[in-house]
Design a binder for this molecule. Sequence first.
Ligand SMILES: Nc1ncnc2c1ncn2[C@@H]1O[C@H](COP(=O)(O)OP(=O)(O)OP(=O)(O)O)[C@@H](O)[C@H]1O
Ligand SMILES: [Mg+2]
Length: 369
Amino acid sequence: MRLSKLHLLNFKNYREADVEFHGLIHCFLGSNGSGKTNLLEAIHYLSLTRGASGNTDTENIRLGSDLFLVRGVFEHGEKNREVSCSFGEERKKKMSEAGKDYSRFSEHIGKYPLVMVAPADIELVWDGGEVRRKFVDTVLSQLDKQYMEKLMTYQSHLRQRNGLLKMFADRRAIDHELLATYDERMADAADYIYKKRGDFTARLTPMLQQHYGFLVMQSEEVPGISYESTLTGIDFRKELLKRLDRDILLGRTTVGIHRDDFKFSLSDHDLKSFGSQGQQKSFLIALKLAEFDCLSEKNGFKPMLLLDDIFDKLDDKRIVQLMKLVTGGMFGQIFMTDARPGRSLDALAAGGIVAQRFLVEGGNLSEMT
Ligand SMILES: Nc1ncnc2c1ncn2[C@@H]1O[C@H](COP(=O)(O)OP(=O)(O)OP(=O)(O)O)[C@@H](O)[C@H]1O
Ligand SMILES: [Mg+2]
């Protein structure tokens, strides 16, 4: 699968842009604020129906306009498929494939898979468990539709259970029968999610270690991920009952897979406190490449790889290794950005890599010859 055309209208700082992609490696080069990341953001919309940055759709409309349109053509086997996403009219987002509107966006997600490595990934190291859970949930949801459904079931029952706990506190009376139905549905979904998260961590770890080892070219630094769950070694159903009085006082459920975490480590030390910035960045790149492997294996074809500001914080040796890795034939189509064109062009030339290069200036795109 590859993206062969991209058309933007009033998206971020682009009034209008039309690009044709040739080959498999595409570089967007240009100064800070010129619109390189915005192009990756647009590709992210076509794949996952939303941007990568967490901005609202409204924030992605070009200032002074009232709607945006992102359209792309994907080549998939013999077929060409046009995918488009627009937002603005009646504040509604529309996604379509081959001219047919989707009624549910979840039908689109996973068809044109993508893995993105971006500076904001650092929040996976620095922030709390919630962002790591969200990362794992996003990957697992693309790998397993049932996981997505179980997760939605769990989350909605958790919200309702917490509502019940508050109601019991107000009324000073507990409806045990009603509570038991919620506990049972939550526990059923939690069993599945707990198992899948554990399996996924075990599967991801060797892939992470392999990519990290290649990037850093030495074996002393060993990255790891461990799954830490409040469910480990306990009977969840019994634990919910055991904690009931306290949970009623607090108005929330204090045990369950919504409190899970995934601990990142380097040679058995906590990555956040122990790892340098370059080591943390290398870890995150290796983690995303492991995600790439999982998605490739599941789909039988390669996702697009978006590398935003990828060289930042990496030393020259790691940059060379990274270029070798991503252009070594293991990956499919790659889009990368760099604010220092010289650095990317040198790295490409050093690796003898043929890439399509674009200069980005103030929301304008021109192919470099
Ligand atoms: N809704 C919008 N309308 C118009 N311009 C916007 C909008 N949202 C963002 N921008 C502009 O887009 C630019 C940022 O683009 P982008 O993040 O793609 O830059 P970049 O080339 O990746 O820069 P850097 O090298 O610093 O990462 C900013 O100049 C910002 O003013
Ligand atoms: Mg950028």
